[in-house]
Design a protein around this ligand. Structure first.
Ligand code: NAP
Length: 366
């Protein structure tokens, strides 16, 4: 199978690993908006990206294996997450249509947003739009900041029992008075499209077990490596960051793919030295430009998850977004790099749609 068609979630077939959001509720004084959105299906033929095998250098010999050069200076290939995410969304739209026509089922994704954080509201809006663009139904519950944990869990229980909902996502972070663990544990594992349920994470960590869902951002990172035909097996990989949502599952995924994985975190004494040995680097720290070109082994492949706003007088907004990795420097040393923005970000939402589709397929045995 072409690596471009291989999805990380090995629990289902390829297409089923790709996959919908909206609902209103009434109780409480909650500002709950329930909307059902079934957007027009925009199905386009799937076109493979211009793939080239990226051969990462796994020896200690620093001779660079850089496949893309422009002129005399090494120039890393740009791993275009925006383009790949678009292709995946087209594939999902086609699958959603096929499922609807064959068995009359439309996948549904429910999103619960508590509080009024602007960034969270933007993420939720984007997820909803993404659902609409592939024909997935979206259900949304908005609860006020002072809601109780029990109120949130009540909505989760409703969605757990709602056959039109195949995926449930609680937008994080939750307000500080809530216990995130209690809330996430309430999501039925079969609808845990974020992949954060301890059972899903536990299965991800265990040999011979398959999680029902893999967390979307790390899944998107691995998908980019697959679609750009980056060999993972036997390579040295370093994950910078060990959060539950990105770093830790990213390291587990790389290990499942037979990479030899090191994890760098805030207490690591010699991060540069460890990163220098890596053929593949996934950075999820939240520190602008922390990883310098001098940290990288020539020919390494760099997946930059970090999204960091930095002042930019030239931008009308007064700031721009940069990654954890100094992009300009990395381009001169690495063989392939994801840009920020336009790298991992669009993949996260595409993987959420993918997880929702696979959930609907699994539930309906399609
Ligand atoms: P997080 O929960 O704050 O975790 C950050 C991790 O980085 C922690 O494990 C921390 O180590 C480690 N760290 C902090 N400073 C470090 C340093 N100087 N050296 C080495 N490690 C260091 O963050 P997150 O939620 O994983 O997100 C990380 C970044 O990814 C953020 O910029 C976020 O905006 C971005 N992100 C992007 C997407 C996307 O879709 N593109 C999705 C999620 C997150 P300790 O464990 O020791 O504290």
């Amino acid at each position: 199978m072409s690596p471009s068609l291989v999805f990380t979630d090995s629990s289902t077939s390829t297409a089923s690993r790709l996959l919908p959001f909206s609902r209103t509720a009434t109780p409480f004084n909650a500002a709950v908006s329930l909307r059902r959105s079934v957007g027009p299906l925009n199905v386009r033929p799937f076109v493979l990206p211009p793939l080239r095998t990226l051969s990462v250098n796994s020896s200690n010999n620093p001779s660079p294996v850089i496949n893309d050069k422009s002129g005399g200076e090494a120039c890393a290939k740009v791993i275009d997450g925006k383009m790949v995410a678009k292709q995946i969304r087209d594939e999902i739209a086609a699958e959603v249509l096929k499922m609807k026509e064959a068995i009359g089922v439309v996948p549904g994704l429910a999103v619960i947003l508590v509080g009024d954080r602007k960034d969270s509201a933007t993420y939720v809006r984007n997820k909803k739009k993404a659902c609409e663009s592939v024909g997935i139904n979206s259900f949304e519950v908005r609860l006020p900041e002072d809601s109780t944990e029990q109120e949130v869990i009540k909505f989760i229980s409703e969605f757990n029992n709602d056959p039109s909902v195949h995926g449930i996502l609680v937008q994080l972070p939750l307000p500080s008075h809530m216990d995130e663990q209690n809330v996430l544990n309430a999501v039925d594992i079969v609808k845990d499209v974020d992949g954060f349920h301890p059972l899903n994470i536990g299965r991800l960590a265990m040999r011979g077990r398959d999680p029902l869902f893999v967390p979307c951002t790390p899944k998107g990172c691995i998908e980019l490596l697959h679609r750009y035909a980056v060999e993972i097996k036997g390579k040295r990989a370093v994950v910078i960051g060990r959060s539950n949502i990105v770093g830790m599952p990213a390291a587990l995924l790389l290990q499942r793919e037979d990479a030899t994985v090191s994890i760098v975190h805030s207490r690591t004494k010699n991060p540069e030295e460890i990163v220098k040995h890596a053929d593949i680097i996934i950075s999820a720290v939240g520190q602008p430009n922390m990883v310098r070109g001098s940290w990288l082994k020539p020919g390494a492949v760099v997946i930059d998850v970090g999204i960091n706003p930095v002042e930019d007088a030239k931008s009308p907004r007064g700031y721009k977004l940069v990654g954890d990795v100094c992009y300009e420097e990395a381009c001169k040393v690495a063989s392939a790099v994801t840009p920020v923005p336009g790298g991992v970000g669009p993949m996260t939402i595409a993987m959420l749609l993918s997880n929702t589709l696979s959930s609907a397929k699994r539930i309906h045995n399609f």
